[in-house]
Design a binder for this molecule. Structure first.
Ligand code: SF4
Length: 701
């Protein structure tokens, strides 16, 4: 009889990227525990990670074989993989011949492994000849990408988790890491317990679990972040709490930052933000006196119509104080998904090119297309996430291939997305689970292998690349996503897709990174398997990896300086609040659910924390509407409505309400689908949607 086997892998949920040891017994039963040797989590796992064995072993919801329908009026029917590839290739070829390469697109996911992301990108940009590939990461961190590029010259997270234990001041803005990045937050909590002088400032319209550890909670009005960060910058400048030497030697455009920061007095800024001027001064003092300062942020800044302005105004604070490239210091965008970073590295977005090369640069395009040996890469960016579904709705995009994501729940203004998917000539959905609402729209449904069922790599929030092994066989006829992509490319007749395994895809990608700033040509699968995870760059075979970037203060801009940026907007540009829609809806995650619940929704013990969607509302707003705890409320926006129970407290600001983003139709009959309400306007540069601010009315059902 076979003995128990142990396998080191990585959690498939959030961007923290915790190490997990999976044990498989002789009967194939799986157990999981935190990997004590893994530097990220040192044995800890949150509730979601601890229950991953149930998700992996429950195959009742899994898509087991390819299914296809000949027209929208026909039901899906089981087909062979050969027939599925033939049909997909025939339809794609016919649409491309008739309408051109920009009539097809791929919509992928920050949960794809790096090899899968790389292949999808290569396929459409290098061979189909269109840049129409975007990802649910667009909904998550594209404003941070633009912010980093503007300030540092490249999309490079400069710091490591190990810097947390070296810092003495943290500004956590628009994030609830206590629930959404739990293990990272446990490290921060422990650091504060051991060092009570450490200061934590939280910026959030809600008093979340993260605030329990805060020295200062700045409960601002939604959309006023830039005003707050500018006010902090002004105080730092006025009180001479800036690093003049750093600014002079290593930055440019200080005056732009100063001019923007001095537009409002501190009192005027405090009034706009809806907080006390004294609290802004206190925050600035904490930051100005810190030896190590880290800012952390997620969707509260990124998912905004002024997301880039919010990012650059926060980044300015790190540059003013010289807190970058030093131990315990740096601006730290926390990624939501396990491999959003890997996707950014391979250029898996409509406006990016592989290995951080520039889509606007003809030489860069030629380098990549020569390397791939396919078509010339187009200069024109492809459709971003919201543009892609708008183009489907308008008939400009005919076919879409959705991989490992559930846009029928996760996209803003989702009723429009459903309409677009119904109108599409051809929809391919490649996923693991029938629990994805998007499968309803598939003309071709392809069963993918899930976590533990395929090998590949992922990069977490601190640029740490890890290897995930195949531990169990996929159920039915499910195949690894990478294999599905290379077999489709072969069926299309494209050369350069003759892979036998994911390792060959990874080796090719590593070669492409050579001599770039994200060089991992020294990081083979063998090194990852034998020596563990590494933070990029890893440019040669003996290189130990790079925990901290910019420690020489040489940045990736053309002049090698870090750039201050005046935010394009200091005032919010979201839709109008008026008498018909007088409240501001904020959406977000709850502790034990993940994205659209296709996985966490299967685990009973994860439903004990928060079993159903709810509307969080301030007591005064509830009183005005005669709503009591547990009443059903109807929430209406200019785009749709939902009905959920109300939870009433003083933790959320007056005039603001909160709805979790996880619930969709299949498991909840559409009553709590937050994105019925949200707005699909986007930041003009990052194209990230304004999820965090939509005007609503709430009434008793
Ligand atoms: Fe998984 Fe994130 Fe929890 Fe770690 S913190 S166990 S990566 S969900």
């Amino acid at each position: 009889m076979q003995n128990n086997t142990k396998h080191k892998t990585i959690c498939s949920y959030c961007g923290v990227g915790c190490g997990i040891i999976v044990e498989k017994d002789a009967k194939g039963v799986l157990t999981v525990e935190g990997d004590e040797d893994y530097p990220v989590n040192k044995g800890m796992l949150c509730s979601k990670g601890k229950n991953l064995n149930y998700v992996a072993q429950d195959t009742t919801d899994r898509i087991l074989y390819p299914e296809m329908r000949w027209s929208k009026n026909h039901p899906l029917q089981r087909v062979s993989w050969d027939d599925a590839f033939k049909r997909a290739a025939a339809v794609f070829k016919s649409i491309i011949d008739k309408h051109g390469p920009d009539s097809v697109g791929f919509y992928v996911s920050g949960q794809c492994l790096t090899e899968e992301y790389y292949l999808a990108n290569k396929l459409i940009k290098g061979f189909i000849g269109s840049n129409n590939i975007d990802t649910n990461s667009r909904l998550c961190m594209s404003s941070a990408v633009v912010g980093y590029k503007k300030a540092l010259g490249e999309d490079s997270v400069p710091i490591a988790y190990a810097d947390i234990e070296l810092a003495d001041c943290f500004l956590i803005a628009g994030a609830n890491p206590a629930w959404c990045h739990p293990i990272l937050f446990r490290r921060l909590e422990k650091h504060k317990e051991q060092n009570p002088n450490v200061k934590i400032i939280v910026v959030d319209p809600r008093k979340t679990q993260t605030c329990a550890s805060a020295d200062l909670h700045l409960q601002i009005l939604p959309g006023t972040d830039v005003i707050l960060f500018n006010a902090i910058a002004r105080i730092l400048i006025e009180k001479k709490k800036i690093d003049k030497n750093f600014i002079k030697k290593y930055t440019v455009n200080f005056e732009d930052c100063k001019t923007s920061a001095f537009q409002l007095t501190i009192n005027a800024a405090a009034k706009k933000c809806g907080i006390k001027a004294e609290d802004i001064k206190k925050a600035a003092l904490y930051i100005g006196n810190a030896k190590g300062f880290i800012s952390m942020w997620t969707m509260g800044l990124n998912q905004s119509v002024i997301g880039v302005s919010k990012n650059v105004s926060l980044l300015n604070i790190s540059l003013l104080t010289g807190h970058i490239g030093k131990p315990g210091s740096g601006p730290f965008s926390l990624t939501g998904q396990p491999n959003a970073m890997g996707g950014r590295e391979v250029g898996g977005m409509a406006n990016l090119l592989a290995v951080h090369k520039d889509l606007n640069n003809p030489e860069h395009r030629k380098e990549v297309s020569d390397f791939w040996g396919g078509k010339e890469i187009q200069a024109k960016p492809g459709y971003t996430a919201t543009e892609m579904f708008n183009a489907l709705d308008e008939g400009k995009l005919k076919a879409v291939w959705v991989i490992c994501t559930n846009p029928a729940v996760s996209m803003p203004n989702v009723n429009k997305v459903e309409r677009a998917l119904k109108k599409a000539s051809f929809v391919v959905v490649q996923d693991i689970s029938h629990n994805s609402e998007t499968t309803e729209f598939a003309d071709l449904l392809l069963p993918a292998a899930g976590w533990l069922e395929k090998e590949g790599t992922m990069t977490n929030s601190e640029r740490r690349i890890s290897y995930l092994p195949k531990v169990i066989d996929a159920p039915g006829e499910a195949l690894p996503d990478a294999e599905i992509l290379w077999r489709f490319a072969q069926e299309m007749g494209y050369s350069g897709f003759n892979y036998n395994n994911a390792s060959e895809v990874y080796d090719e990608y590593c070669l492409l990174t050579k001599d770039t700033s994200i060089d991992i040509s020294g990081l083979s699968y063998n090194r990852l398997k034998n020596e563990g995870s590494f933070q990029w760059p890893v440019p040669h075979n003996n290189h130990p990896g790079t925990p901290r970037l910019f420690s020489d203060f040489v940045f990736n801009t053309t002049d090698t300086k870090a750039h201050f940026n005046a935010p394009a907007e200091i005032y919010n540009q979201s839709e109008e609040i008026n008498v018909d829609y007088p409240l501001i809806l904020n959406t977000g995650r709850v502790r034990d659910q993940w994205h659209t619940r296709t996985k966490t929704g299967k685990v009973k013990r994860l439903l004990t924390h928060i079993p159903a969607p709810y509307l969080e509302m301030n007591k005064i707003d509830a009183f005005l509407r005669k709503l009591k705890e547990g009443d059903i409320a109807v929430i209406k926006s200019r785009r749709g409505e939902v009905q959920v129970k109300v939870t009433i407290n003083y933790d959320i600001r007056e005039q603001v309400v909160f709805l979790p983003m996880h619930w969709g139709k299949i498991l909840n009959n559409d009553f709590g689908r937050a994105n019925n309400l949200t707005n699909d306007i986007v930041d003009p540069v990052s194209k990230e949607p304004d999820f965090k601010y939509c005007a609503v009315q709430v009434q008793k059902y």
